[in-house]
Design a protein around this ligand. Structure first.
Ligand code: B3K
Ligand code: ZN
Length: 887
């Protein structure tokens, strides 16, 4: 019904028009909507278990669509009470209700449809559509939740202005909110009251929001560059109201930043943000009324870690930035999701990087991309940033669409420069404000604004998989020429066997033996220009020759991670140690450290001699480097994760990988104990929330985590002391997480003290669950099972599910992959239970079982058996898609 399958044109057989939950939807089948909407009027009579919704909608035929006079609307999980067409009550023979929607066979060119439905917010455990959280009403409509509220053409290219009226019990729901501006409100005699809201901007239904309940509010304001005063309000349950200052300050920083960097101003007079405890993801950019997972709002030094502070600022920025990239210019269909998400992630990355350390931000983003997105590219769910098909769209809110999508947006900036990128953005808004468009429109704006041919960029949208960039260097000592032979390839993925070459910007430098950079002069150029430059790789094989190169250099390749590829260069361990010490590009100093650590672990896995001294010496030199900031040192010291190591192995043995990584950490800690202890001690006093203090705490806690691998009484005592004396959650949590993997009395003491201190703070108790689920102690699964019954856990709350089950399944490979299959069985059990309540959250968890083909034979068989067991049970479309694609 959403046009992608069949727009319901006259040639369609009746059956095909019916939405089937288990059908594949294809990009190639896109058809413009048959009917356009002039305006929407919604009237909600809110009651916890029986809310009545009257939608009054004016439709008119889309002149650009096929002929045919049937109206097809999406809708399910509602009770249909009545339909009136231009005022006339329709008898059941005038329409058909299907599993996925409603069909009215003969409608005029223009008409008003009034539909009354009854829904059950209280019973809605999917947290999709209208539901209840903490006794309040809230909504989540992206991607297809609106169709659980009323019958509607629920697709992003149908845009309309909305007016919303709601009535509710006044005592329970003093606050009544929706998108846009409040226009009227009043009291009724029966203890109920009402409010009406109007959103003047035409929007797709996925941006609709409603909130009603007993909420407190903090208020502030922002004066825009053009001098308009915007009221800012954050709503939350009263006892959290004093934890919203950081969120409010972040919002104001985001508003200012978007004006300065992109010339984009907020467009309504009011911006509202509501924090709720039950939410399927991080937050939602509903027009004028962002709804947030409370985890990404509440902060004070006692309850939030430094990482939480940074994520809150980033996500507040992200949702705010969507007002232009997503809301004002939206997606034509859900295949274009990366158009708004990749772009908005890129924008939030720039925001964080402008406000804090750009190098650390880049490292963290690339760490995430390599650990999760490269793995997704190598999984049965691999898909291009613009997928060609899906069964359940909610399964495509992925690291590929978001984070790889952001990398592809970054490529434009790398190719066109900051100013060229801005010109492209300006043209994009100039052309498409108020429209629902496709990724091609973004590409065209970037190309046209810069008079550039960017046609090869299209391949990044259509081809999945992580390209491998192999570089070989040839040095001619007589001619002082250095040639880089570059070749690219990309493995087959479900959508294509053979891949066309990508456009890959390769940023690089060349270093002399004394560590100084060389001026880079390509053959044919009159003189050298700079010590860092970007080559454009466009072919499967290409060579680039530099002249005036007096000695064989060490190349520093893919600086700042200039493209989302796997780099292959025959670096020797000494080269990595050298680059760690001398590279001008901080990102590549980190990348060299990661490579060195990875090489060492792979050697240990293969039973070969590993040069741990070399890595320890390089780490020790980093620790002593006065020019390097503490956070960069911390990043370099953190070894690649177990899952990254697994990705680097043809066949993974997760138990062995865990052992080897821990062994390496112990050996490094043994060799550097003195330095780790002294660094830890020097930084002990770091306090405050400024960047310097945060960076220092990060390094201090990385040192502590190394020291704890030694498990001596002395380091355990140190960690316990840190726990007891911690002045902020960052330090308290780091000490607790470290102790959680040590079998000692202090572990128990710390866990119970933490529980006693924080039992009233749901989000902090999530951390308490997570440290236990992430523990490397052998009885972790038993503990996790017991915690399922703890009052702090609730299977209906996604944060708690992610903290306990998610941490175990996705962040504790050693225990999850227990050789007896107990981890797999446990996760499959939980998925089965969860799937009946909340398919979207269940579908996240089941991804842990996807990659059975990459495992050694025993685990592979055990994991596959659990997938089979799931497949034999009745599954939601969400979990069903992942299970069927994995098998
Ligand atoms: N756009 C939402 C994500 C909606 C997810 C729906 N399953 C949040 C964001 O990316 O900003
Ligand atoms: Zn987003």
């Amino acid at each position: 019904m959403s046009g992608h399958t069949c727009a319901g044109g006259s040639g369609c057989p009746q059956e095909e028009r019916v939405v089937s939950k288990n059908r594949t939807v294809y990009l190639k089948d896109y058809q413009p909507p048959q009917w356009l909407v002039d305006d929407v009027y919604l009237d909600f009579a809110l009651q916890p278990s029986a809310t009545e919704v009257i939608s009054t909608i004016r439709y008119r035929r889309n002149p650009l669509a096929e002929q045919g006079d049937a109206l097809l609307l999406d809708g399910h999980d509602m009770e249909l009470l009545s339909i009136r067409l231009d005022g006339e009550l329709l008898m059941p023979e005038r329409y058909r209700v299907h599993a996925g929607g409603l069909e009215i066979p003969a409608v005029p060119e223009r008409f008003t449809l009034e539909v009354t439905t009854r829904i059950d917010p209280q019973g809605n455990t999917s947290l999709d559509g209208l539901y209840r959280s903490g006794g309040n009403y809230c909504t989540q409509c992206e991607a297809q939740g609106f169709r659980k509220i009323t019958y509607y053409p629920d697709r992003p290219d149908v845009m309309a202005p909305f007016t919303v009226r709601m009535t509710a019990d006044a005592a329970d729901n003093p606050v009544l909110l929706s998108n846009g501006n409040p226009v009227a409100s009043g009291k009724l005699d029966d203890g109920r009251h009402w409010a009406e809201w109007q959103d003047p901007f035409a929007k797709p239904a996925y941006l609709f929001a409603l909130v009603a309940g007993n909420l407190a509010c903090v208020e502030d304001h922002f004066v825009t560059a053009s001098g308009r005063t915007i009221a800012l309000r954050i709503y939350t349950e009263a006892h959290h109201i004093d934890q919203c200052d950081h969120a409010m300050a972040s919002l104001k920083r985001a508003m200012r930043w978007d004006e300065e960097r992109f010339g984009l101003e907020y467009d309504l007079d009011l911006f509202m943000l509501v924090a709720v405890d039950d939410f399927n993801m991080g937050a939602m950019e509903n027009k004028g009324l962002n709804i947030f997972n409370s985890q990404l709002v509440f902060a004070s030094p006692e309850i939030a870690t430094d990482d939480d502070y940074i994520s809150i600022e980033a996500v507040i920025g992200h949702e705010y930035f969507h007002n232009w990239t997503g809301n004002r210019v939206t997606c034509r269909d859900w295949f274009q999701l990366s158009l708004k998400e990749g772009l908005t992630v890129f924008r939030d990355q720039c925001f964080t990087s402008d406000l804090h350390s750009a190098a650390v931000k880049r490292i963290e983003d690339v760490r995430l991309l390599r650990a999760l997105q490269f793995a997704e590219d190598a999984s049965p769910m691999a898909h291009p940033i613009r997928p060609a098909s899906y069964m359940e769209i909610n399964n495509f809110y992925t690291v590929t669409v978001y984070e790889k999508g952001a990398e592809i947006v970054r490529l434009y900036q790398t190719l066109l420069g900051i100013d060229g990128f801005r010109r492209g953005m300006d043209l994009y808004f100039q052309r498409h404000d108020g429209q629902a468009v496709a990724t091609e429109d973004f590409l065209a704006a970037m190309a046209d604004a810069n008079d550039a041919d960017l046609s090869q960029m299209q391949r990044w949208y259509d081809q999945a998989g992580t390209p491998r960039l192999s570089v070989r260097m040839e040095y001619d000592s007589a001619a002082h020429r250095c040639t880089l032979h570059v070749s690219q390839s990309c493995p087959s993925t479900p959508e294509a066997e053979v891949k066309q070459p990508f456009l890959i910007p390769l940023a690089l430098g060349l270093l002399r033996a004394d560590g100084t950079p060389l001026a880079l002069q390509l053959a044919g150029e009159a003189e050298g220009c700079g010590s860092s430059r970007t080559l454009l790789v466009t072919e499967a094989e290409q060579s680039f020759t530099f002249v005036n190169v007096p000695e064989a250099p060490v190349p520093s390749l893919l600086r700042d991670f200039s493209a989302p590829v796997i780099l292959d260069y025959p670096y020797r361990a000494e080269d990595d140690a050298f680059l760690m010490a001398y590279d001008e590009d901080p990102f590549n100093r980190w990348a060299a450290a990661q490579r060195l650590a990875m090489r060492t672990m792979l050697a240990m896995l293969a039973g070969e001699a590993a040069d741990v001294e070399l890595i320890a010496t390089a780490f020790s030199r980093l620790l002593a480097d006065p020019d390097l900031d503490a956070a960069l040192k911390a990043e370099a010291l953190m070894l690649p994760s177990e899952s990254e190591v697994a990705d680097a192995c043809a066949v993974a043995d997760p138990g062995h990988i865990h052992e080897v990584r821990e062994q390496l950490r112990v050996r490094i800690a043994t060799l550097l104990q003195g330095e780790l202890e002294s660094t830890h001690a020097e930084l002990a006093a770091a306090s405050g929330l400024d960047d310097l203090a945060m960076q220092q705490r990060k390094l201090k806690n990385v040192c502590l985590s190394y020291l704890l691998t030694l498990k001596t009484g002395r380091v355990i005592e140190l960690a316990y002391r840190c726990f007891l004396q911690a002045a902020c959650m960052t330090d308290q949590y780091a000490a607790l997480a470290g102790l959680a993997s040590c079998d000692c009395a202090e572990r128990k003491l710390a866990l119970s003290a933490f529980e006693a201190q924080w039992q009233g703070e749901a989000n902090v108790m999530g951390k308490w669950l997570a440290v236990q689920a992430g523990s490397s102690l052998p009885d972790t699964l038993e503990q996790v099972k017991q915690l399922l019954a703890h009052p702090a856990f609730d299977l209906r709350n996604p944060n708690k599910v992610r903290a306990l089950i998610g941490t175990f399944a996705l962040r504790n490979p050693a225990l999850f992959h227990a050789i007896d299959g107990s981890g797999y069985r446990f996760v499959a059990d939980q998925v089965l239970q969860l799937d009946r309540m909340n398919p979207q959250v269940a579908a996240r968890m089941v991804r842990a079982l996807m990659n059975w083909k990459r495992l050694e034979p025993v685990r592979s068989g055990l994991m596959r058996a659990q997938l089979q067991r799931l497949s034999d049970a009745g599954l939601s479309a969400d979990v069903g898609e992942i299970v069927s694609k994995s098998l």
